[in-house]
Design a protein around this ligand. Structure first.
Ligand SMILES: Nc1ccn([C@@H]2O[C@H](COP(=O)(O)OP(=O)(O)OP(=O)(O)O)[C@@H](O)[C@H]2O)c(=O)n1
Length: 409
């Protein structure tokens, strides 16, 4: 973006928000938020004809530099409005500007010293009142950048917590996507638990608190603790460049919900949870209904698969061929590869305060899956004789025979 065009037209440009914060923290920078002062909308569009206006409340323009792969989000303000713009932002560390001509730091709320001291502080005492989503943002920023939420900020946060009820689910979900991608994301849920804030948007996770599990399998404690440990495991297993953010989200979300059904067990059956897969699927559907059009279909399908199949596979070596073929068909229809499904099983298994050996059936399961699909297919069935459902049934039987033989060898 050629800033000289702005200066020639007697305007000025400032870098603001997350990019300044990350620059000062030497962290990765995503999009660039710019403030341009002293230019009318017409003049700005004359100079940058590619800019697209978005939003209605604020004059925000998007501009993409495809060559450099940079996205600019630009706000136009009057000459004397910079301070006002910085004051309406959430935290002092996000209320710093860099004047780009002389590279001057403009920091009216002492954001830099808060950054240096590792402190998260609201810019204005009404920050949370103006936008309660900032409560979740504060946890994300504190965890991601290792900041301590100041006492004053925590006080105002708790005073406004009730207002979390009113935020649009879409916004919460967008925030959740960012949270789940952090390496230390389990801390977010532990914090919500500690402050009794799970009830607003994560009531199903709250229900897992205090739910007993068999001690010999789960010495770590209740179903909430187990879910968090398994969540940490899947984060560790997927914190690699080969996983796209979308994939990471899908796998991590699936683990967060894999045991929700345990909350529905009648307490007289504790510590066992005989039907938690069925209960879990029903609970996932209530979440989906509440988040209509928000929860991505693929994430929902991956989560369903794990809820339904994570226990059955535990006894893989004892599973009948028919059950194995059905399991493989479920995986094949899902958005997950067998290897990704296996990662979820490993995370569930390792997410316990127990032995740390990877279950030995995992390799066999992956192997058998690939062999079965490579060696059996539609061509093995007489297509003139069997059609429609009958064809499917024949293929199923054929595959059952295949699994049986493969295991005998
Ligand atoms: N609820 C919000 C959201 C955003 N902002 C301001 O808008 C800037 C940009 O917001 P966004 O891109 O959502 O977040 P970042 O802080 O940039 O963090 P990240 O890039 O990690 O999402 C923030 O720095 C903050 O100054 C705010 O005050 N209140």
């Amino acid at each position: 973006m050629d800033l000289n065009k702005i200066y020639k037209a007697r305007g000025n440009a400032y870098l603001v928000g997350g990019a300044v914060r990350n620059l000062l923290l030497a962290e990765k920078i995503n999009d660039l938020d710019l403030i341009i002062s002293g230019l009318s909308e017409e003049k700005f569009l004359e100079l940058f004809s590619d800019a697209k206006k978005v939003g209605t409340d604020f004059e925000v323009f998007l501009l993409k530099d495809r060559e450099k792969n940079i996205k600019y989000e630009i706000t136009l303000i009057k000459d004397d409005e910079l301070h006002k713009d910085l004051k309406r932002r959430d935290f002092t560390i996000n209320s710093i500007a860099i004047e780009l001509k002389e590279l001057r730091l403009i920091d009216p709320f002492n954001g830099l010293s808060d950054l240096i001291l590792g402190r998260l502080e609201i810019t204005d005492k009404n920050s949370f009142k103006k936008d309660p989503l900032r409560i979740y943002r504060s946890f994300r920023l504190a965890i991601k950048y290792n900041l301590k939420i100041s006492e004053k900020t925590l006080k105002h946060l708790l005073l406004n917590a009730e207002q979390l009820k009113g935020i649009y689910p879409e916004r919460v979900f967008e925030e959740l996507k960012k949270i789940i991608l952090i390496d230390e994301a389990s801390q977010f849920f532990w914090l919500l638990k500690k402050l009794d804030l799970l009830k607003y948007h994560f009531p199903e996770l709250k229900e897992l608190i205090g739910v007993k599990q068999p001690e010999e399998h789960h010495p770590e404690g209740d179903a909430f603790t187990h879910t968090m440990l398994a969540f940490e495991e899947i984060i560790r297993l997927t914190a690699k460049p080969e996983f796209t953010d979308r994939k990471k989200f899908m796998l991590r979300y699936a683990i967060l919900v894999h045991d929700l059904g345990k909350a529905a067990t009648p307490p007289e059956e504790y510590p066992h949870h005989y039907d938690h897969e069925e209960y879990g699927l029903a609970i996932l559907d209530t979440i989906k209904a509440r988040q209509d059009y928000i929860l991505p279909e693929k994430t929902y399908k991956a989560a369903s698969l794990v809820i339904k199949q994570h226990m059955r596979v535990y006894y893989f070596n004892k599973m009948k061929p028919g059950k194995i073929v059905r399991l493989f068909e479920d995986i094949k229809r899902s958005p997950l590869s067998i290897e990704e499904f296996a990662l979820l099983l490993i995370a569930d298994d390792q997410g316990r305060a127990k032995d740390k050996e990877i279950p030995d059936y995992i390799d066999e399961m992956i192997n058998l899956y690939h062999r079965m699909y490579a060696d059996t297919g539609g061509d093995d069935i007489d297509q003139d004789k069997y059609q429609g459902e009958a064809f499917g049934e024949q293929l199923f039987q054929y595959r059952c025979q295949y699994i049986k033989k493969a295991r005998e060898n």
